[in-house]
Design a protein. Structure first.
Ligand code: HEM
Length: 448
């Protein structure tokens, strides 16, 4: 299978550039990592510009408040149990049925697993954040118009464009609603309609609280803790959580399926581990379910955990980050940063640097994450930057591992994926790492 997703080691080299418009730094230097989030480097709302007041775009007290609230919501065990239950249902009722359909097709039909992963994650994340499943991935007719997912993508691509062209250009386009700014504006309208409607329904549900029906979704939990939040703010919270979870999880899921399909040795080790864990665990009875490992036993899947880490090292779903200096500073590398200077740093490059990861830095090698004793090696976040480092580190990391391990172990145990001959996997320029022409695979049932 051909791939152009592999960069040369040269792309990991440091670079410093004065971009058109405002001065800008681009770095992947390891020396910089210890300095990634000093007090002087702040979020830059103007160019992140989702035009929301959500956690990604704010600093100070507002950020602190949102971080505390989201920390407690995302770590709530009831929510996590609810997520696992609904995920399992969705896999059984939709994902597995669709894959079964492809398996039974005599012509060996191709399936774009990236598309499937995107719709599948979007439905799930809406269920967890808003409390309802929009049903984009459906068995009959395979999928309906994925308008909301497309709207998220249009906005993300538009924001990348804002990083590339001088500020004046996109501001001009925005003013006259042309080019990529027109797409952002139209997509924002689509999402506004969807999200405001969800907020309205949620508020009505809360007013006529049905004691019989438990609502575990994140928006309900937010409203229980802070029932005075205005609609616009709730819309922003929902937008943030959906974009934080949907893109990152679907990107990791599809990239991992691709890596496993192209590394049969890794596939064999993942399956071997699942089998071993099932043999010693008594909680799931073999043969009774297509879901083999229950939540409490996911910790036993060390090799799979390492394979996910390795996927995220080589292919961070958010491949670069952006900060703005609020004061002049000197970086550990000796480079001067002026007040107002924008800094881009590449997690994609940092995950592939020979001086950090060794000579085999470009190889997909889950073993590098496992100690001689068979445990996961702790790698400091300054070295492994995929979830960022410092006070703004990702709040969904533990949850992501739980969900990914459950999904990947269940999917791989039941199905075998092979790449469609000649399909080239190549990246698309966006805030989220994804494959330009999708992930064309053939799927077959495993003979268990
Ligand atoms: C593989 C999965 C994931 C990866 C690689 C990832 C990565 C990241 C990164 C790089 C940031 C920093 C963004 C920035 O400051 O610009 C971040 C922040 C955040 N992530 Fe994740 N994320 C993942 C999954 C999730 C999930 C599932 C959730 C929850 C639904 C989540 C919630 C958040 C939140 C709330 C923040 C903001 C933290 C703050 O600013 O204080 N993430 N994530």
């Amino acid at each position: 299978m051909a791939t152009s997703l592999e960069p040369s080691k040269k792309t990991a080299a440091r670079s410093c550039s004065k971009a058109r418009g405002s001065p800008r730094w681009t770095s992947s230097s390891p020396a910089m990592r210890s300095h990634q989030r000093p007090p002087h480097l702040q979020q830059e709302p103007c160019s992140r510009s989702w035009e929301t007041a959500s956690i990604f775009n704010v600093d100070g007290e507002s950020w602190k408040f949102q971080r505390q609230m989201l920390h407690s919501i995302l770590n709530n065990e009831e929510l996590q149990n609810h997520m696992m239950t609904t995920l399992k249902l969705k896999m059984e009722s939709t994902l597995f049925r669709i894959l079964d359909d492809y398996c039974s097709s005599r012509t060996g039909a191709e399936v774009d697993m990236q598309d499937v992963a995107k719709m599948f994650m979007f439905d799930n994340i809406c269920l967890w954040v808003l409390g309802f499943d929009p049903g984009y991935l459906c068995v009959d007719g395979r999928s309906k118009n994925f308008s909301c997912g497309k709207a998220f993508e249009e906005i993300e691509e538009g924001i990348i464009y804002r990083h590339i062209v001088p500020k004046g250009v996109w501001e001009f386009q925005k003013r006259f609603e042309i080019g990529s700014e027109k797409k952002i504006s139209l997509s924002t309208k689509v999402l506004d309609e969807f999200l405001y409607n969800a907020v309205k329904i949620k508020k009505q549900e809360m007013m006529h609280k049905d004691e019989q029906r438990q609502h575990h979704d994140m928006l309900t939990q937010w409203l229980v803790a802070d029932h005075q939040s205005p609609d616009k703010f709730l819309r922003d919270i929902a937008f943030t959580l959906i974009s934080a979870g949907r893109d990152t999880l679907s990107s990791t899921l599809s990239l991992l399926l691709w890596l496993v399909a192209t590394h049969p040795d890794v596939e064999g080790k993942i399956l071997g581990e699942i089998e071993r864990v099932m043999a010693v665990m008594t909680r799931t009875v073999r043969g009774t379910s297509r879901f083999l490992i229950c939540k409490d036993d996911l910790n036993e899947l060390v090799y799979l955990h390492a394979a996910i880490y390795e996927t995220l090292r080589l292919y961070p779903p958010l491949p670069f980050e952006h900060r703005c200096a609020t004061e002049a500073d000197v970086l550990p590398s000796g480079h001067k940063v002026h007040k107002g200077m924008r800094m881009l740093f590449s997690m994609y490059s940092m995950g592939r640097m020979e001086e950090t990861w060794g000579k085999d830095c470009m190889d997909f090698k889950p073993e590098r994450w496992i100690s001689d004793e068979g445990n996961i090696i702790h790698v400091p976040s300054q070295k492994f930057m995929t979830f960022l480092t410092g006070p703004r580190t990702c709040l969904g990391k533990a949850m992501s591992f739980m969900l990914l391990k459950f999904m990947v172990s269940s999917i791989l145990w039941n199905y075998k994926f092979e790449m469609v001959e000649g399909h080239v996997v190549k990246p698309t320029p966006s805030m989220v790492l994804s494959m330009k022409d999708g992930l064309k695979m053939r799927v077959s049932k495993r003979n268990l």
